[in-house]
Design a protein around this ligand. Structure first.
Ligand code: F6P
Length: 274
């Protein structure tokens, strides 16, 4: 592809190359077939955009002689070697705007609203929305203790303290928002609705941050390929775009920042301090 082929794409969501979750690629036969197809088309270097699963696939291709560089791209923000993953900013802004809109109805009808955001097994999208939307409760897989009575007590206490709405941001990794809404309504007597934002979080025109970080990470990935490097993953840490060995990147672990979680909670339950 030349620069001309990608003209008019920076402002678009999705992918012009298309994409798929490919079960066959998890098998040695599938990986060999993938490498063969690359060789047939003269593709000697590949930039693999995705998460840990994609990087594990990139590693297999690299072992078969196709130079690969991973670029972290996921709305889940759950890749350990990097503080930023392409797509997160667009998704979190989309979710934040949607939650603002749900809040209008929630306040008007004096309801409790559970809004489920994506993130697979990670709670970053939910936690960021929790802070950005001033949610009353935030449930994330990394921290939720499944003590629903505590949640119900929070809702009742916040209503008694004069709150007109109660926004609960629920991470997809916890899920079951519809059933939770029914249980909360039955236990509190407060009308409760669930909204599952779903794939709208994965589309739309990318934010400035996503466009710039994607351009920087893409450029670094190409520079590495041009230098003959392979089996590396690009990341962003402490204000710098850097790269790691894929094995090293895959072995890293990521935890929710305890301070960010503490702030999220202290903001969400501030009615208790009244
Ligand atoms: O990993 C990104 C993500 O959007 C997750 O947040 C979500 O769980 C999953 O992908 C949805 O995947 P699919 O579109 O295949 O259902």
């Amino acid at each position: 592809m030349s620069a001309k082929d990608v003209s008019d794409t920076i402002e678009r969501g999705g992918t012009i190359l298309y994409t798929a979750r490919c079960a066959e690629f998890r098998t040695p036969e599938g990986q060999e077939r993938g490498a063969k197809i690359c060789r047939k088309h003269g593709i000697d270097g590949l930039v693999v955009i995705g998460g840990d699963g994609s990087f594990a696939g990139a590693q297999k291709l690299a072992n078969l002689g196709i130079n690969t560089i991973g670029v972290p791209g996921t709305i889940d923000l759950d890749i350990a070697c990097t503080e930023y993953t392409i797509g997160f900013d667009t998704a979190v802004n989309t979710a934040m705007e949607a939650i603002d809109k749900v809040r209008d109805t929630s306040t008007s009808h004096e309801r409790c609203s559970i809004i489920e955001v994506m993130g697979r097994n990670a709670g970053y999208l939910a936690m960021w929305c929790g802070i950005a939307n001033g949610a009353e409760d935030v449930l994330i897989p990394e921290k939720y203790d499944y003590d629903e009575q505590k949640l119900i007590n929070n809702i009742i206490a916040s209503r008694k303290a004069g709150k007109k709405h109660h926004i609960i941001v629920n991470a997809e990794g916890i899920g079951h928002s519809e059933a939770m809404a029914k249980r909360i309504e039955a236990a509190t007597g407060i009308e409760t609705r669930a909204t599952i934002l779903g794939h709208m979080q994965r589309g739309g025109s990318p934010t400035c941050k996503d466009r710039v970080y994607a351009s920087m990470m893409g450029a670094l990935a190409v520079d590495l390929l041009v230098q003959g490097k392979t089996c590396r993953v690009v990341g962003y840490r402490h204000g710098e775009f850097i790269d790691f060995d894929i094995n090293e990147a895959l072995a890293m672990k990521k935890d929710v920042s305890p301070y960010m979680w503490e702030v999220c909670n202290s903001l969400s339950h501030n009615y208790k301090k009244q």
